[in-house]
Write a protein that binds this ligand. Structure first.
Ligand code: FAD
Ligand code: NAG
Ligand code: NAG
Ligand code: NAG
Ligand code: NAG
Ligand code: NAG
Length: 598
């Protein structure tokens, strides 16, 4: 007999094994779904869901900032039937507030965990006048950690990783794709990171010596722009057209386009440095000298894919006098459908001329039939006369075809004043699926009738369009393009379209499947076919489109995939259709987030 270890040593080893074994117990569940086997994150009710003692320990680590999440509509209901049992929630006063404010963007932004566009919350607890209706959690998160320090984020990241939880980073909740909510999840809310500092002279690596802003993860565009406007000289920066969107969360990780994109590219193109927490819980700097690969990936490589941003620094620029126009064609100016489409064709054919002249245009086509609402047409660094000179040929064309329209115009001392005055406030709380495609210049030049036919198809299919005319390449030196992870095809885009297909978040599953199918295979398919040289924007597009890797990132995808494997090898972070998520699915009717094993 060759085994010579004593029985007591063997016992010790067995014990050690048991202990090691226990700590290595796979914290996951294995499930079968639709003929495949999946390894799933841990959810309430699972054996691997953390114990109350563990949650309490996390709560004390984060200074009591952990809360069980209750949907915003719950005060209108007698009972919230949550994952930890029933809670009495009725409160007439709070119900009146949430009912009247449900459409207010900033009200929703300030909530701990709501999604502004409610489709992906599953609409299981909307404000109601019938308190006896059912209010359940739907896809709202289970718990929310309202982070106030980087250490709180680190504690949340470590806890989620150690316990294999579904983790959502939530900033403003503006996300169109449902990425700021998630069934069974723990949310880390970054809304309280509101510090802003500015400098005239950036001293970090990368060669840039101009002015800059450093903003905490929760800073919103309107806050940053107001601060920059208070400086002497007045400064501006690239943001989206919507002032309530954050500047250091999903916007920059998706790219971030706006009225200054003709001049400076995407927000991602203007990034100088990030402070982040990676999936291993480490606080890191990412700039052109330190972790340059991560720096590149954070600039447009996809939200919630590589790290949690704690703070971001961007270039800022001097403000300019600016001018704006509006153009409206609707049933009160015209009721002739043929004429309407002729006018849309004329309007859209000018996208190339507009962007060549650095003009930015925001417009809506539908949802009311025969409605084209163009507000604003923006001339940054232009007088009103200069702007009108560029736009006049369009007005001449409209006059020549004999259509009636309405138009307004205004000059501003600064771009900041124009931004505040001319971009309209959007309404939150609605439910829809969002898709979109970006039209390439060559396709407008060579294939314009097909593009207008696609618009007709979309409206006929019950969808509508929001357009953004800009060019993200022409004034940015080509040497700058590769510094961000944006799909190189965006550099020749002239109109970035959002498509919208209304559908209620609590519609029957078959109705939801039909709407998704219509979005993917009719609405967006028509745009993809009409503009084969275009691209898709990860923040405003259908994540379920075919070949999304190429649509979103083109030739940059393979590098992004390898960086995802480097920085988040086990999939702590998840946002649909971001690099490396191919095997991840929400199985069981869009609930459990799981990785397919075979
Ligand atoms: C009304 C409206 C107008 C818009 N206009 C524009 C526009 O002009 N230009 C444009 O480019 N986009 C625009 N968008 C889209 C916008 O880019 C996205 O909605 C974006 O994801 C919002 O980012 P957020 O951080 O504010 O929102 P959230 O919904 O909180 O987050 C969005 C995504 O980013 C992740 N995320 C948030 N914070 C962090 C962080 N600190 N670290 C890591 N991941 C994080 C989230 O997990 C989520 O996946 C608009 C959206 C809306 C609703
Ligand atoms: C089930 O799997 C098939 C084949 O992979 C796929 O086409 C189908 O969409 C899946 N159904 C669901 C509900 O996921
Ligand atoms: C966390 O602690 C705070 C303060 O003690 C408490 O109000 C809150 O309910 C706790 N959260 C959870 C999930 O127990
Ligand atoms: C929770 O409330 C619902 C609706 O009022 C009720 O049907 C259910 O029995 C309750 N469950 C428990 C455990 O009390
Ligand atoms: C989400 O809504 C669908 C109906 O659209 C329903 O079948 C499903 O059970 C809901 N899921 C949750 C978690 O509320
Ligand atoms: C703004 O306009 C002036 C005068 O037309 C021009 O010299 C300057 O280069 C413009 N600035 C930018 C950033 O385009």
């Amino acid at each position: 007999m060759r085994i010579s270890i004593s029985s007591s040593l063997a016992t010790t080893l067995l014990l050690a094994d048991a202990i090691v074994g226990a700590s290595c117990l796979p914290k996951s569940t294995t499930r079968r779904w639709n003929g495949s086997t999946y390894s799933c994150k841990c959810f309430p009710g699972d054996d691997c869901w953390p114990s109350t003692a563990q949650w309490n320990a996390l709560n004390s680590t984060v200074g009591g900032n952990l809360q069980v999440n209750i949907p915003p509509g719950a005060p209108c209901y007698k009972t919230f039937q949550g994952p930890f049992g029933n809670i009495s929630t009725y409160d007439a006063q709070k119900c009146a507030t949430v009912t009247s404010k449900f459409g207010d963007e900033q009200f929703q932004v300030d909530l701990p965990a709501a999604g502004l566009w409610t489709y992906f919350t599953n609409d299981t607890c909307r404000p109601t006048t019938n308190p006896s209706d059912s209010c359940t959690l739907g896809n709202y998160p289970v718990l929310v950690l309202t982070a106030r320090t980087a250490a709180h984020i680190q504690a949340g990241v470590n806890f989620a990783r150690q316990n294999n939880l579904r983790l959502i980073i939530r900033n403003t909740g503006h996300d169109f794709l449902g990425r700021s909510v998630g069934w069974g999840s723990l949310v880390i809310n970054t809304h309280n990171f509101k510090t802003i500092s500015t400098t005239d002279k950036w001293t970090g690596p990368g060669g840039y010596k101009g002015s800059a802003i450093t903003a905490g993860a929760g800073v919103q565009a309107f806050e940053a722009l107001a601060r920059l406007n208070s400086l002497t000289p007045r400064k501006i920066m690239v943001t989206g057209e919507c002032g309530t969107v954050g500047i250091a969360g999903g916007l920059v990780q998706g790219g971030g386009h706006g009225p200054l994109t003709n001049f400076y590219g995407f927000l991602a193109d203007t990034a100088l440095e990030f402070k982040v927490i990676t999936a291993d819980g480490a606080l890191k700097t990412a700039n052109s000298a330190v972790n340059p690969d991560l720096f590149w990936a954070l600039r447009g490589g996809g939200p919630a894919a590589f790290a949690v941003i704690v703070e971001a620094s961007y270039k800022t620029f001097n403000d300019f006098p600016s001018a704006g126009l509006t153009l409206d064609i609707n049933p009160s100016t015209n009721t002739n459908e043929q004429l309407f489409w002729k006018a849309v064709e004329k309007f859209h054919s000018y996208s190339t001329r507009f962007v060549e002249n650095n003009i930015y245009v925001y417009y809506e086509l539908g949802p009311v039939p025969m409605t084209l609402h163009v507000q604003p047409i923006v001339g940054v660094n232009m007088t009103l006369a200069q702007l009108k000179a560029v736009v006049q040929p369009l007005f001449d064309d409209l006059n020549a075809i004999g259509i009636r329209y309405a138009s307004t115009e205004k000059a501003f001392t600064t771009f900041y004043d124009l931004y505040k005055a001319m971009f309209e406030i959007e309404v939150a709380g609605n439910s829809a699926l969002t898709g979109g495609w970006s039209i390439a210049r060559t396709d407008v030049q060579n294939n314009h009738p097909a593009i207008i036919d696609a618009f007709k198809t979309i409206l006929k299919a019950g969808g509508f369009l929001v357009g953004h005319m800009w060019n993200a390449g022409q004034t940015l030196p080509q040497s700058e393009w590769a510094k961000s992870a944006m799909n190189p095809r965006f550099r020749s885009v002239v109109d970035k379209l959002i498509t919208i297909v209304p559908v209620s978040g609590n519609a029957p599953l078959a109705e939801k499947a039909e709407a998704q199918n219509r979005l993917t295979n009719v609405v967006d398919a028509s745009l993809r076919a009409a503009s084969p040289n275009g691209a898709a924007y990860i923040n405003e597009a259908d994540p379920f489109q075919p070949n999304w890797q190429n649509a979103f990132w083109g030739t940059n995808y393979p590098r992004l995939l390898s960086l995802r494997q480097k920085y988040d090898p086990n999939g702590l972070f998840y946002a649909v259709s971001t690099p490396g998520t191919e095997k991840w699915e929400q199985i069981e009717y869009g609930t459990r987030l799981c990785k397919k094993l075979n």
